[in-house]
Design a protein around this ligand. Structure first.
Ligand SMILES: *[C@@H]1O[C@H](CO)[C@@H](O)[C@H](O)[C@H]1NC(C)=O
Length: 297
C-alpha cells in the first residue's frame, strides 16, 4: 500500500516536472515561414545529390537531383560509397556559393552503429585541424571518415573559390554526410580565409562533445534540420558525452518547421525532447521528406 502510494506520487511528480517547463517553452519556439522553408530547398537537393555516383555529379548528369539545381558547375567528385562516402564540390551561380556535399549512409546501419557504442570521443588530428583546442573531442569513426576525403575536398574548394572569385562556401549533407559536413565546417575555415562559411545538415547525428558544440556555436554556426521522429539526431546519446550545436530546425508531425534555440533543446517541439529513445522513434523519417525532398539518388 505504501509502495503504491509512493509510486503514484512519484509518477505524478514526474508528470509535473515533464509538462511544466514544456508549456512555457512551447510559446517561445518560433515556426519558420513558408518563404524560409523554401529557401532551404536548393540545399536539400544538393545534399540529396551527394548520394549519386561521382561520375554523374562530375558531369552534373545525375537525373532529378541535378536537374533541381540547373547551372551548377562541378569542380571535383570523389569517394567510393563504402570506405569513403561520395562527395562533390562545385559552384552554384544561382546561390553564388561554393557547394561542398557529402553522402550519407543506410539509416538502419547508422542507428545500429550509433547505439552499439563501439566508438569513442577522440581529439581532432592537429595536422588537419591546426590550432584546434585540445578540449574538443569528436566521434572517432566520423573523424576517420572525414580525414579520408579532407585533403581532396580542401584542394577542390580552393580551386573553386579562385575560379569563380567566390565569397561564400556552403557545406551540406544528410545523415553521416551531415556529420562529415559539420567537421568540414570546422576544418575548411582553418585553411581558407576571406570567405564566409555556412553549414546545412539534414538528419544529423551528434558529432562531438560540449567543447565541440560550443566551438561550432562561437564560429560559423550550423543549421541542422531534423524530420519528425528520426532516431539519428538523438544518437549517440547525451549520456555518452555527445552534444549538438545550436541551430536545430525540427519538422513536426503537423508539418511545421520549428526553430529550436540552444543546444539539444528538450522541448517536445525539438528532436531531443520529441524522441525520448530509439524504441519510440521512426527510422523511416530519416530520409525525409524534407519539404517534399526525399534523400537519395
Ligand atoms: C528551448 O527553447 C526555449 C524557447 O525558446 C528556450 O526558452 C529554452 O531555453 C531552450 N532550451 C534550451 C535547453 O536551450
Amino acid at each position: 500500500m505504501a509502495l503504491r502510494l509512493l509510486l503514484s506520487t512519484l509518477f505524478s511528480l514526474i508528470a509535473t516536472v515533464r509538462s511544466a517547463p514544456l508549456l512555457g517553452a512551447r510559446q517561445s519556439i518560433t515556426a519558420l515561414s513558408s518563404t524560409q522553408i523554401s529557401s532551404f530547398k536548393p540545399f536539400t537537393f544538393f545534399a540529396s545529390t551527394a548520394y549519386c555516383q561521382p561520375s554523374t555529379t562530375l558531369t552534373w548528369s545525375c537525373g532529378a537531383n541535378c536537374a533541381a539545381n540547373v547551372g551548377f558547375i562541378p569542380t571535383a567528385s570523389g569517394g567510393d560509397g563504402s570506405d569513403t562516402q561520395f562527395w562533390y564540390v562545385g559552384f552554384s551561380p544561382v546561390q553564388s556559393t561554393v557547394i561542398v556535399a557529402h553522402q550519407g549512409t543506410d539509416p538502419s546501419q547508422l542507428v545500429a552503429d550509433l547505439t552499439d557504442a563501439d566508438f569513442v570521443l577522440t581529439k581532432l588530428d592537429p595536422k588537419l585541424f591546426p590550432g584546434i583546442p585540445s578540449s574538443i573531442e569528436v566521434h572517432n569513426g566520423f573523424a576517420a571518415s572525414h580525414a579520408r576525403s579532407a585533403p581532396a575536398i580542401l584542394a577542390a574548394v580552393q580551386k573553386t573559390i579562385s575560379a569563380h572569385n567566390a565569397k561564400s562556401v556552403t557545406v551540406v549533407g544528410h545523415s553521416l554526410g551531415a556529420a562529415l559536413s559539420l567537421l568540414d565546417s570546422v576544418y575548411l575555415p582553418l585553411h581558407i580565409s576571406g570567405v564566409s562559411f555556412r553549414m546545412i545538415g539534414y538528419g544529423m547525428p551528434r558529432v562531438g562533445n560540449q567543447a565541440f558544440a560550443n566551438y561550432i556555436d562561437q564560429h560559423a554556426g550550423a543549421t541542422h534540420i531534423n524530420n519528425k521522429e528520426d532516431p539519428v539526431p538523438i544518437l549517440p546519446g547525451r549520456f555518452l558525452g555527445f552534444v549538438h550545436p545550436s541551430g536545430e530546425v525540427h519538422i513536426e508531425d503537423s508539418g511545421e518547421w520549428a526553430m529550436c534555440p540552444g543546444q539539444d533543446n528538450t522541448s517536445t517541439q525539438c528532436s531531443t525532447g520529441d524522441v525520448p529513445n530509439v524504441l519510440e522513434s521512426n527510422v523511416n523519417d530519416h530520409d525525409g521528406p524534407y519539404d517534399g525532398v526525399t534523400m537519395g539518388c
